[in-house]
Write a protein that binds this ligand. Sequence first.
Ligand code: NAD
Length: 476
Amino acid sequence: TPVNVFDLVVFGGTGDLARRKILPAMFKRFCAGEMPDGSRLIGVARRAMPAEAYRDMVRAALDEFLKTPIDPEAVEHFLQRIEYVQLDAQGEDGWQSLAEMMLPDRMRAFYFSVGPSLFSDLAARLRLWGLADENSRIVVEKPFGHDLETAKALNAELATHFKECQIYRIDHYLGKETVQNLMAVRFGNMLFEPLWNSQYIDHIQITVAETVGVGGRGAYYQKAGAMRDMMQNHMMQLLCLIAMEPPAKFDPEAVRDEKLKVIRALDPVEPHHIIRGQYTSGEDVASFREDVADARSKTESFIALKCHLSNWRWAGTPFYLRTGKRLKTRSSQITVVFKDAPHSIFGPASGRHNNELTIQLQPDEGIILDVTIKEPGAGGMKLIDVPLDMSFAEALGPKADAADAYERLIMDVIRGNQTLFMRNDEVEAAWAWTDPVIKGWELRGDVPKPYDSFANGPDDSSQLLRRDKREWRGIK
Ligand code: NAD
């Protein structure tokens, strides 16, 4: 779809997320010809500085965060599209200047790349100052609420100023190429969908492992923990895409209706099906409790859990989800483990050979299907598993170097496509499932188990699967 002329206003335009992701993403889209003449990117932040100083900051951010070599001439052209406005989200300073900068002939998107405490201030002032019209859009970063109550309040607040079709709640996991490919694989092939249920699938597991600790985000993280920071949003979204029914159409409402049904079908999690952990200090790294500056912190930097969906398709199929910081490698994957063949004609000596479909999200994106074949050359019928590797880098060559998640999602906002953004009811349903879990361990005074930095999380997490005679895939 062609892109019409637009203004992207980035609140928090000097912040970490803007410099790391949003500005580089927009530069790449500019180079791809998706910023038609006249379109602008207006950085907005608290700091007073001339537009020229902001452009220097943008140039420095592109140098620092773009991985591919950049054309200096293209950068200069891009910088001509950049403006800057100093403004206070919570006061009245600067709003007049921003209002004066608005032009009537274009779509305006307002990206809230600021802390969540400013989301409602921004929405209210956009309305108050008449900056937003019927066609304007707002983009809201995570975290979206701290629990069900705060998420509902935020949704209600945003709804007084904007219609739901104008609100884009971003979850960058949904912008990943492979995550969308998951839908293409499931719903574009005859091969998988007939087997995509509890009759043929033994279990599904999702791992999102990071090597980093909480870094400079200690104060935020101490209040959040892995359940709020990763499980309620990113992991839940991945679970939705893997478990949802085929939507009638690939359109925003149809897709999000089906995702919502998945979240609503989730059973409450049994307390003994949850393992929480905190990383301990290692060579050159501090412990979680040091990082959050609380020697008695009960917040988790790791969580593993087993959950069930009470619906026709998935009754009896466990879903194992785990995510954590300071683990062995940075790797995210979804593994669909199919059941064994009902009978082995090769006898017990041939071993277990079930199919597995692995959807790799990090570090490289790709999809791998394990199939069983005869070991070449060996005497007799010896079976081995080989990967049918659908790694995009190899198969697609230069095409695989697709847009990154932020590029795709921001352009979806510009084009007005909400398919990959979370709807209000989805976010609330995810919190409704998350809240009792967190309340449960607060009531019990649950203390996370310590685990070694750069290993595979608490031993209990391995036990969670072992007692079901299963194993984690990926890091173990
Ligand atoms: P940051 O602290 O680096 O930047 C905050 C920005 O907000 C700055 O530009 C600052 O000038 C501006 N700001 C603060 N108070 C203001 C006010 N009163 N009026 C006007 N501007 C004000 O934060 P960040 O890391 O860029 O994060 C921004 C948002 O994105 C947060 O909601 C965060 O949770 C989310 N997020 C960040 C990352 C990341 O990698 N940094 C990843 C995912 C989500």
